[in-house]
Every structure is written in C-alpha cells, then in structure tokens.
Write a protein that binds this ligand. Sequence first.
Ligand SMILES: Cc1cc2nc3c(=O)[nH]c(=O)nc-3n(C[C@H](O)[C@H](O)[C@H](O)COP(=O)(O)O)c2cc1C
Length: 317
Amino acid sequence: MTPATDTDRVDLSVDIAGVRLANPLMTASGTCGYADEYADFVDLTQLGAFVTKSITRRPRAGNDYQRVIETRAGMLNAIGLANVGLDAFVAEKAPALAALGVPVFVNVAGATIDDYLAVAEAMEAIEVVRGIELNISCPNVKAGGIQFGVDPAQAGEITSRVRAVCKKNILIVKLSPNVTDIAAPARAAVEAGADALSLVNTFTAMAIDVEARRPILANGTGGLSGPAIRPIAVCMVHRVYTQVARAAGVPIIGMGGIQFAHDAIEFLLAGATGLGIGTAMFVDPGCIGAIRAGIDEYLTRHGHGSVGEIVGRLETD
Ligand SMILES: Cc1cc2nc3c(=O)[nH]c(=O)nc-3n(C[C@H](O)[C@H](O)[C@H](O)COP(=O)(O)O)c2cc1C
C-alpha cells in the first residue's frame, strides 16, 4: 500500500481494458444524452469518461408518453431508446463530444445483430470514441436487444460478432439484472471476448394509477433505477466480480443508484473499477464533483495511493 499524505498524492486514474481514465466516474447511458443537454449545468470534463445515450442504426422516436415517473426511492422510465440514430450522431453529436476532452464510450442498441454491427463499425472511424457499450439489456422496448441479454448463448453470440468489428475500440457488454443468475450472461460475454462488463441496467417494474386502474407508464412497464436498486446492484457486481471477472482480469463498470461518494466506494469494494452515475444526475447535476472529492478523501484517510488498491477489497470472512 502506498501511503498518501495529502489528496494530491492520490491517483484517481483507472484502466478500463487499456483505456486510461482520469478517474472512475462516467455517465450512465441515457441519463446525459450526448452531453450537449448538460453542458450548462455540469463540468463534464470532471468525468473519467462520457457514455452516450443508446444509439441505434435508424432514428427512434421512443415510446408514447408518459415515459417517466418518480418513485419513492428512484424512478421508472420507459423512454424506449429514443435517439437521433447513427447518421445524425456521426454528423452532429460526435464533433461536440470530441471537444469534451474525455474518452467517449458509445452505447449501442438494436433489434438484430446486423443493427449492432452497423453502429459498431461506424464508431471505428471516430477518434474520440474509445469503446462500444453493448446494450443487450434495455427492458423498455420489444425489439431492443434484451433477448440477447437474458439468454447466455445469445449474449455470447452477439458479443463475438461485435468483437470481430471492434479494432481500435474496446467492447463493454452491459448486462441485464432481469435474470436468475447474472453470472451466467457475464461468463458467456467474457468467454466470447468482452473486454469489460457494465452492470446493471434497470429492473423491469410497474407503477399503477389506482383510480384509473391502469399502468401509469404508456408502455405498461418501465425500468427502475436510483437508490432503490443500489443494494441489489452492489450484490450483482460482487457476484460477477468473484464468479467471473476477477479470474478473467476483466474490469467491471458498476452502476445502480450511485448518488454519494459512499455509494461509489461500495461499488469499488464490491469489485467495480469504473462507476456509472445515472439517476443521481437528475437530482443534482453537480454530484460528479462531490463524488470524486469524496473518493479522494476516503482513499487519503485510509492511506491508499490509488483507486486500484480498493477494487474488490471487500472482506467477507
Ligand atoms: C431516463 C433513463 C434513460 C436510460 N437510457 C438508457 C439507454 O439508452 N441505454 C442503456 O444502456 N441504459 C439506459 N439507462 C440505464 C442507465 O444507464 C443505468 O444502467 C441505470 O439507470 C442504473 O443506474 P442509476 O441508478 O444510476 O440510474 C437509462 C436510465 C434512465 C433513468
């Protein structure tokens, strides 16, 4: 352990499968668009990496309204992968992302493997893009790729097909928590060549208008995120770390309800190397700076010199 005497000596940088990030914090896909929407509220250069909203081959309008509802400890969304589509992303959004100055991971969704391949191939030509995050876990659309995420054989197949077209970009596979054992798709993705895993996406959930006796969301169901899911997400990160990722040397990007530095440190101890911040950005767009400072303070107080020293260091005996 490297003793740290002041905050300047703490190394917050992390390595995600060869991509060096200045710190572990990144946006969780879909909660910060393509960065332009947030530019007036947040200093996004404080991030270790920026993760885009899911991009699909063609533009998508998304689901009918109502698409979002706040719950007592989080939110339910059924946006339905609304996005500008591949061509507009390349022409209009990617240049602005390049100006951010932090590595960009592009989240990709689709209905067929060819849809994913088209977007992943196009991202090879964009310099600021350093990785693809394969969204095989969106619970809010009928043909949005979740079929690949809940069946380990299909998770393995799509991973190996997309891996073959990723040359400069790393491949991160984003796992669904809507399964019996998340280690099974995690193992399939790693065996098929995933460079990193991210988890978790949202949990399928429902809210009901009891007077109308109808689901509140037009889609019927949505995905639950925020503080309510954090303990489950931490548990799943720890399971994937101990059962699959640690032995394979594959880094995990953990997410699900991270709002404060304490929450981020839980995920690091459970085995995550990177950290996605999603729903908390809607509560306080400035939380990124506070979480980063809190991780720094924790490492200093415990005499650590780098983030890597606490990754997976949960004592369970
Ligand atoms: C409004 C909203 C939109 C989202 N859109 C996407 C998306 O397009 N692609 C994706 O992979 N995940 C999407 N997610 C899931 C988040 O990236 C993240 O996995 C999940 O919300 C858990 O993190 P959190 O509790 O910090 O929000 C979305 C989440 C929310 C709340």
